[in-house]
Design a protein around this ligand. Structure first.
Ligand code: URA
Length: 239
């Protein structure tokens, strides 16, 4: 990918765009062995050898991050009222990151953050039918009839018929239960609305996995890490 030298170095984390421009002008940067003092000089990270202050720059255009989203954060790049999930991803400020799909403000768990639009689209497009698995705590007890309705396709109050989904009751306690719900699309408030159609209410929701990618249980709420190569290869297979 061909891009400006100052953008590449800023994305890499050398400094802000302004700081990087100044470092380039001072002669800290070599491209293919030549000192380059023009900040708009065009480079291709796959072809050109870029060295900053004697350090070889191994630039990656795309990053793929797994976040254990806490409640209280909005799945957007900007918001006037609430903090966004991007505010939790420190150290990647220059990567133009965005969340892959959305979790509601009060939903926790697996949220992917990337700057790869094609990847995001392929993972989230409803036509692709990728699985998303949720853990939910419910007021009311979900029963065999609800399992059957989920399988057949819940009809929402808008008339929309949801794709067949899997409901598994894990624990029942008085008038509450804990369930796992697997859906293959991602409409607004989908899990909450499906449960509501059954006359019950989601009181806690957490996403456990997307496709074959599971939330890393060692990540505390609000923590994140990059996907390993193996996770990424598996997730991208036949995407
Ligand atoms: N379904 C919901 O209702 N909320 C979410 O955040 C995700 C799926």
């Amino acid at each position: 990918m061909v891009m400006r030298l100052d953008k590449l170095l800023a994305n890499y984390g050398i400094g802000t765009r302004k700081e990087v421009k100044s470092l380039i002008r001072k002669g800290f940067v070599k491209v293919n062995g030549m000192i380059i003092k023009k900040d708009d000089f065009k480079v291709d990270h796959e072809i050109d050898e870029i060295v900053f202050d004697d350090e070889l720059i191994e630039y990656r255009p795309y990053v793929y991050i797994m976040l254990n989203k806490p409640a209280g954060y909005i799945s957007a790049t900007k918001d006037n009222l609430h903090p966004t999930v991007l505010e939790l991803i420190e150290g990647y400020e220059n990567y133009d990151l965005f969340p892959v799909g959305r979790l509601d403000i009060d939903t926790e768990g697996l949220l992917l953050i990337t700057n790869d639009g094609d990847f995001s689209h392929k993972l989230m497009a409803p036509s692709r039918n990728h699985s998303k698995l949720y853990w939910a705590e419910i007021e009311g007890v979900m029963d065999e009839k609800d399992i059957d309705s989920f399988k057949k396709g819940i009809v929402l109050d808008t008339g929309y018929c949801c794709k067949s989904a899997n409901l598994k009751v894990i624990e029942v306690d008085d008038n509450c239960c804990k369930v796992e719900i697997e859906i293959f699309e991602g409409k607004f408030h989908q899990v909450k609305k499906m449960v509501e159609v059954c006359g019950k209410e989601v009181i806690y929701l957490k996403r456990l996995s997307i496709r074959n990618l599971e939330l890393d249980r060692s990540l505390a709420l609000g923590d994140f890490r990059e996907l390993s190569n193996e996770e990424l290869v598996d997730l991208m297979e036949d995407l």
